[in-house]
Design a binder for this molecule. Structure first.
Ligand SMILES: CC(C)(COP(=O)(O)OP(=O)(O)OC[C@H]1O[C@@H](n2cnc3c(N)ncnc32)[C@H](O)[C@@H]1OP(=O)(O)O)[C@@H](O)C(=O)NCCC(=O)NCCS
Length: 276
């Protein structure tokens, strides 16, 4: 009798995942990492309770209708969890894994997802004060190839880093750290010879297209140093991002600096793309 009560409680707990809308709530979470974590917890709960029910069915002489009901609940909840699992995989990986290289028939510019061996060129750029001054590191960041390699290897999939190539030469980087639908964006054409040739504009347009056609980006945020007149012209007049904020920060030498923040939402970007 006690065991029968037990299975009913367990069954109720499992049915509640659908009846209480728990799974629906997880489906609506926009931050993919949180969504995956929440689904993981539900999956653990499901498999543990499913096992208990299955064990109980073996021990108990249960009525056929009760068994059918248990099978149905296990099936329905399991099916919904599997659907969400697939959906999150697609949402998370569409640009992060399937498209490792973005290349275009009308340009020599290519964007390739950073690989561990790119740590050599990235370290060279990141340690170069001239390249990094705009980001607040006038003496470079002082990192090593090993550290950068480990960062690339452990980079979560929603934290994108692509190398910009011109032909076979790596000339810069483009990045987006995505959380709660917002992509914190950055771009650098690190090799000076390739600046002011329209490559930044081309790369950003292609990259934003990828970001905004994924389900997980609603808005892009960009910040730049207030003395970086080229970047301001680039974001404001060319990309048509909206200036939202001025902020103060100290660079790595402790010198006060002013920053400007820009934003571009998916709907603004769609409107702008229509006009072209
Ligand atoms: C900013 C950056 C990404 C732009 O990419 P790019 O390929 O050089 O840019 P484009 O050639 O597509 O466009 C540059 C525009 O800035 C203009 N420009 C160049 N120097 C300028 C200056 N000192 N002040 C204002 N505008 C300037 C160019 O005339 C061009 O505009 P136009 O097409 O209207 O004439 C790139 O120059 C870069 O990475 N610079 C160093 C790092 C950096 O500043 N990163 C951004 C920090 S948030």
């Amino acid at each position: 009798m006690e065991k029968k009560e037990n299975y009913k409680q367990i069954l109720d707990k499992l049915s509640a995942l659908i009846l209480n809308g728990d799974l629906e709530r997880v489906e609506k979470i926009t931050d993919i990492e949180t969504a995956i974590n929440e689904l993981d917890k539900i999956q653990d709960f499901y498999y543990k309770n499913r096992q208990l029910l299955e064990d109980m069915m073996l021990l108990e002489n249960l009525d056929e209708n009760v068994k059918k009901n248990i099978d149905k609940v296990i099936g329905d909840v399991g099916f919904k969890i599997a659907l969400l699992d697939d959906e999150f995989d697609c949402r998370g990986w569409i640009i992060f894994d399937k498209k490792l290289t973005l290349s275009y028939y009308d340009s020599k510019v290519k964007l390739k997802k950073a690989q561990p061996d790119d740590s050599v060129v990235l370290t060279k750029w990141w340690n170069d004060g001239k390249v990094m001054a705009h980001a607040g590191f006038p003496n470079g960041v002082g990192t090593t190839v090993e550290k950068v390699r480990a960062q690339i290897e452990n980079r979560p999939f929603y934290n994108l880093l692509f190398i910009i190539y011109y032909g076979s030469e790596p000339i810069g980087e483009i990045s987006a750290d995505i959380k709660d639908g917002v992509a914190d964006f950055g771009i650098k054409i690190c090799n000076e010879e390739y600046q002011n040739k329209g490559i930044g504009t081309f790369a950003i347009e292609k990259f934003f297209k990828e970001l905004f056609s994924s389900d997980i980006v609603d808005k892009v945020k960009i910040s730049t140093n207030a003395n970086n007149t080229r970047a301001i012209h680039f974001y404001k007049d060319k990309i048509k991002a909206i200036e939202t904020n001025h902020f103060e920060f100290k660079d790595a030498n402790g010198k006060n600096q002013e920053g400007i923040e820009f934003e571009l939402t998916k709907s603004q970007w769609k409107e702008l793309s229509k006009k072209e």
